[in-house]
Each structure stands twice: as structure tokens, then as C-alpha cells.
Design a protein around this ligand. Structure first.
Ligand SMILES: Cc1ncc(COP(=O)(O)O)c(C=O)c1O
Length: 342
């Protein structure tokens, strides 16, 4: 009971910590440190029932998810993070696990913690390493680098792994704005696991809802491991409504793509042309990442900093005023690059 909790990976969105560190009140910040849609799905007032009753499996959420993901082989979880932590426990023998690197660090952390042998892999090394892996974990598109993997290639790798009892795990947390890139609809056969999140595109990170798509026996084991009522009634209700709102989804895809292009152009104008981007963030490799991060934070703008390679990830501003604030800060930080571009 006295054992210290092992420190886990660092994340964006730690606004209260930044407020404390820089002495700027939480309400004064422009938080661009996550890839969460700043104009998320508008949550309405909910019926009292979903607060009062225990969550029920037949509440319409599985049907809404089936339609949205194009597949019935799925399980709702309390954020895809819950599945990231549980999956390594369902591989019963010690496995050689290739994990895309750099990438969302919780994957490697979770597999290591369960005693598996983790090999961090750059995207270019995967094909050559595949014969020596039991499990391959990818993030598509990747966070933070925005590398992408074509569905055909993924399914080819999955067949190779499955032919010897291996798994391909694809974390599609950032794929909702480009649904044609998803392989969620291909799940159902042994060896393919897809993770989805309502935290990013839908902007519902606080609700803690995600889905696992996989083959039936793995879903049953996962359900047994996680236990009943993992996703709260209000979160299930919000998720059901958001997944059914295809009009909002379509409009948001367009808005996010336009916003992301605008962000890429803005960063390029101030000397930080992105190395990659998705609809929800832009990723810039910047040798002076730590200094730029600090200087932006001193102006109340929080972005996500990475050490190796030195890089910054910028989420999308959510209003014209926020766009102006970011541009003003970049112009103050990088006056020369801006002038050179005029
Ligand atoms: C790539 C990726 N996958 C999964 C998650 C976890 O998301 P959630 O648990 O909110 O679904 C995150 C959160 O930052 C992420 O960046």
C-alpha cells in the first residue's frame, strides 16, 4: 500500500500545472497543448435518468457506434486509454512488441509494465522488423509526428502477424477527420485491434469514452477484465448522441481541415514550417523547442514540447481572437522570420 506510483508519460493539457509554474491564472491561458477539437460536439442538458440509473448495455450506444465505425465487433471503454492499459494483460506469454516511436508514450509504458519486451521503432524500420515481432502497435495518424500508414499496408502486416498468433494494434485516436484511412471496418478476425477515442475529433476528452474493435473472444476477455459500468451513464448518452450527429461531423471535418491548413501556414510564416500535421494539430521540429515553449508560456500560450527530437506540437485555436493572440506572440518571438517573408 505504501508503494510509490511509477511516474508515467507526460501529457499535454496540464493547464493547472502551467498556471502554477508561470504565475498566470488558468482562465488567462490559450491552451494549444493538446489535439482536442476546440469546437467540440455541443453537449446538451441530459435526462435525469442517465445520472440516476446504472448504465445499461442496451441503451442505444452500441448501435450508434456500429453505424459510425461500420462494424459490430466493438466494446465501449472509459477512453481508449483504458484499453491501452488493459490490452497487454491479455497477451499471456511474454511478447516482443514493436511500438512506433516517437509516438503516444502510454503504449510502450503499458506493454513494458506488464513485462513484455518493447522495441521502439521508427516507421521506416517496421517492415524489416516485422518477422521478429509478436505484436506491432501503431498510431495512425501518429501523434505527434502525423506519420500515416495506408490501410492496405496495415492489413498486409496484420496478416503476417496473425499467421503466427501475433497482433496488430492500431490506435486511431486522430483518424475521425479522415475516415477513409481507418481500418475499423476490417476488425473481427483474430489479430487485429483498433482503438478509437471520442476525446479528439468530438472534443469530449473529459467524458472518457472510447471504443475497442477486435475479434469476439478478445472483446469478451477485455470486458471481463474491465468489469461492469466502466463508462458512466451520462458519458454513454453524450457519446450516443455525438456518434449519431453526422451533420455536425461533416461540418467539423471541413472546419478542422481548414483550421489546420491555416495553422500550418501561420507557423511557416514565423519560421516553423511543420514537419507533419493532422486536422487537429501541427508538428514542428524546432532545435530551440524548449526556449520557444518557455517564451510562449510566459505569454500564456501553452503548447506541447518534445525533447527527442526537439519539437513542438500546436493544437488549433478555437476563435478569431485566439488566432490573433497566437500570431501576435509568434511575431514577437520570431520577428526576423516574419520580416523575411513579407
Ligand atoms: C494517440 C492517442 N491515443 C489515445 C489517447 C487516449 O485518449 P482517450 O483515453 O481520451 O480516448 C491519446 C490521448 O492523448 C492519444 O494521443
Amino acid at each position: 500500500l505504501t508503494e510509490q506510483r511509477e511516474p508515467g508519460p507526460v501529457h499535454g493539457g496540464a493547464l493547472l500545472q502551467a498556471a502554477h509554474e508561470y504565475g498566470i491564472a488558468p482562465g488567462q491561458w490559450l491552451d494549444l497543448s493538446t489535439g482536442i477539437n476546440p469546437q467540440g460536439w455541443p453537449v446538451p442538458a441530459l435526462e435525469a435518468d442517465c445520472w440516476q440509473r446504472l448504465p445499461q448495455d442496451e441503451d442505444g450506444l452500441p448501435g450508434a457506434a456500429r453505424c459510425y465505425y461500420g462494424n459490430a465487433q466493438l466494446l465501449a471503454v472509459a477512453g481508449s486509454q483504458a484499453a491501452i492499459q488493459a490490452l497487454p494483460r491479455l497477451r499471456h506469454s511474454v511478447s516482443r512488441v514493436g511500438v512506433l516511436s516517437p509516438g503516444y508514450a502510454e503504449h510502450a509504458h503499458a506493454w513494458r509494465r506488464e513485462g513484455h519486451r518493447v522495441r521502439p521503432l521508427h516507421a521506416e524500420a517496421i517492415a524489416a522488423q516485422l518477422p521478429q515481432l509478436d505484436v506491432l502497435v501503431l498510431i495512425n495518424p501518429n501523434n505527434p509526428t502525423a506519420e500515416r500508414f495506408e490501410p492496405q499496408l496495415l492489413l498486409q502486416w496484420q496478416r503476417q502477424l496473425a499467421s503466427r498468433g501475433g497482433w496488430l494494434v492500431v490506435d486511431e485516436a486522430f483518424i475521425d477527420a479522415t475516415p477513409a484511412q481507418s481500418i475499423a471496418a476490417a476488425c473481427g478476425g483474430e489479430g487485429l485491434v483498433v482503438l478509437r477515442s471520442l476525446g479528439k475529433f468530438f472534443g469530449l476528452a473529459g467524458a472518457r469514452v472510447g471504443f475497442v474493435l477486435a475479434w469476439p473472444s478478445l472483446l469478451r476477455q477485455l470486458e471481463a477484465l474491465l468489469g461492469p459500468w466502466g463508462v458512466s451513464g451520462p458519458a454513454r448518452e453524450v457519446a450516443r448522441l455525438a456518434l449519431q450527429d453526422s451533420r455536425w461531423q461533416q461540418a467539423s471535418r471541413q472546419r478542422l481541415h481548414a483550421g489546420s491548413e491555416r495553422l500550418a501556414a501561420l507557423l511557416a510564416r514565423y519560421g516553423m514550417p511543420p514537419a507533419g500535421g493532422t486536422a487537429l494539430f501541427q508538428y514542428c521540429t524546432v532545435p530551440a523547442a524548449a526556449a520557444v515553449h518557455r517564451q510562449l508560456a510566459a505569454r500564456g500560450i501553452l503548447v506541447r514540447q518534445f525533447a527527442e527530437p526537439a519539437a513542438l506540437r500546436f493544437g488549433l485555436p478555437g476563435s478569431e481572437e485566439q488566432w490573433q493572440r497566437l500570431e501576435t506572440a509568434l511575431a514577437a518571438l520570431m520577428p526576423r522570420s516574419a520580416e523575411a517573408c513579407r
